[in-house]
Design a protein around this ligand. Structure first.
Ligand code: UDP
Length: 328
């Protein structure tokens, strides 16, 4: 039986595909390649170029393949973009989830691991944020993911599916040796942008807001190595395969770093001065997002292994080897 990885050609999906493949699992990828890269997939991995909103084509994939469980990574995921294209986010993310669950139910596939986000919390009252915190997204991206979580919960109650909702905080870093890594077009995430400055591909990094109520005025985020995230997915899948109950958990390191601290850490790792300038706040950004990952530790026995230096070092290896991402 195969594991279907929806959005498997994207940044986080591709790292999971490779890890499952290396663990000897039968892996099948569905991706519309709107933001993903077929080159990120190892030879031998079967790719179906399908948009999950296309129910007929998705149904055909489920008819052809023997699928036991789904890992769902296919979503638009940029906070800033979601503020100006809210309906695209709702359509792609929410409609995609409805179609996927419809087809899963039709084919009797009853296990799903779903990529959710810290953005479901909005401006949290308590830091670190527990899963029980108020859910109050400050942007359409977070709103769409919250809707997806809720749709999945009701589908699971009605159809007996079991799910793992993993609420990621800020994921960065790359596969060991820089074989695969992060390549968004246009790039909007902090760590790759900082490293593009170090590579000389951008003149400077713009710091979006320096008047937040944080220790240096810049936003605080909880940065997690993509390989620690992958470990959590493997454990979540194993949990569902062993008959475990549905659950929701945060995935983060439990430590917050400001944008300024990330730039400083990257200066140390790369030896480059990385010029930075203050810019206006990016709308939709909460001031602070730091995870409590106690639930992931309790349910999955998961402990992240990498700190921000290791995250930046691994991303730096990828960027140096692939200055033009998957075009190299
Ligand atoms: N950020 C920034 N300059 C950039 C890109 C991001 O100051 O060029 C900030 C952004 O405002 C946020 C943090 O870096 O506070 C992380 O942003 P990213 O887009 O990487 O992830 P998000 O928190 O939106 O998931």
């Amino acid at each position: 039986m195969a594991i279907l990885i929806v959005g498997g050609a994207g940044y986080i999906g591709s790292h999971n595909v490779r890890a499952l493949w290396d663990a000897g699992r039968d892996v099948i990828v569905v991706d519309n390649l709107s933001t993903g890269h077929a080159q990120s997939l190892r030879d031998g991995v079967k790719l179906h170029m399908v948009d999950i909103r296309d129910e007929k084509s998705l149904d055909a994939v489920f008819g052809k393949e023997k699928i036991d469980a789904v890992l769902h990574f296919a979503a638009l995921s940029l906070v800033g973009q979601s503020m100006i294209q809210p309906l695209d986010y709702m359509d792609n993310n929410v409609t995609g989830m409805i179609k996927l669950l419809t087809v899963m139910q039709k084919h009797g596939v009853d296990k799903i691991v779903f990529s959710s986000t810290a953005a479901v919390y909005g401006d949290a009252e308590t830091i670190p944020i527990p899963e029980t915190a108020t859910l109050n997204p400050t942007n359409p991206y977070g709103e769409s993911k919250l809707a997806m979580e809720r749709i999945m919960r009701w589908a699971s109650e009605a159809y007996g599916m079991r799910y793992a909702v993993l609420r990621y905080f800020n994921v960065a870093g790359a596969w060991e040796g820089g074989i695969i890594g992060e390549d968004h077009r246009p790039e909007s995430h902090l760590v790759p942008i900082i490293l593009q400055v170090a590579l000389g591909k951008r003149p400077e990094i713009k710091i979006f807001g320096d008047d937040y109520p944080t220790k240096d005025g810049t936003c605080v985020r909880d940065y997690l190595h993509v390989m620690d995230l992958v470990d959590a997915h493997l454990l979540a899948l194993e949990h569902l395969e062993n008959g475990g109950d549905s659950f929701i958990c945060n995935l983060g390191n439990g430590m917050g770093f400001t944008v300024q601290e990330m730039i400083n850490a990257a200066r140390e790792v790369t030896g480059h001065p990385i010029p930075a300038v203050s810019a206006a706040r990016r709308s939709g950004d909460p001031a602070k997002l730091v995870a409590s990952s106690q639930e992931a530790q309790r349910i999955l026995g998961w402990h992240p292994q990498n700190d921000i230096r290791q995250i930046i070092e691994s991303a730096w290896t990828w960027h140096k080897k692939h200055p033009n991402g998957y075009l190299d």
